[in-house]
Design a protein around this ligand. Sequence first.
Ligand SMILES: [Zn+2]
Length: 149
Amino acid sequence: MTSPEQACPFCQRLFSKTIIHENDLTVSFLPNLRLVRGHALVIPKRHVEPPELLTPEESVAIMQEIERLRLLMLEHFGPGVDVWQKSRPQLPQGHNGTKVDHIHFHVLPSDPDSEIYEKGIIWTFDHFSPTTEQEAGEVIPYLQDAPKG
Ligand SMILES: [Zn+2]
């Protein structure tokens, strides 16, 4: 049977030609499919899927690399930077030809002149709804609870 590591394009290091930076815990690289010029991914070297399985050391190393990249992107690629981590275990690896289960953080230069900025990286005002007192009363207790996982 195939292990998650054997089936994982990141553990198989399919990005080996576009590595940006690597240390004992993390590696950052340019994905083979990018949204904007400079779009980078940061991953733990160990195969981890849900974020809660990252060690504290991996979490710190990932955040340090994100911050290093963010500062360089501000310097070289655009006036802003977006960071995304999507947890979508409901979708199988390979969904849409791009989904990889190995946790990864997208670090994207945010340039108002780029097409993708207009299409999705920013939210326009009409995407927002007011947070009502009732909704706050319902949602906050869920988010103050101790996670069961
Ligand atoms: Zn992996």
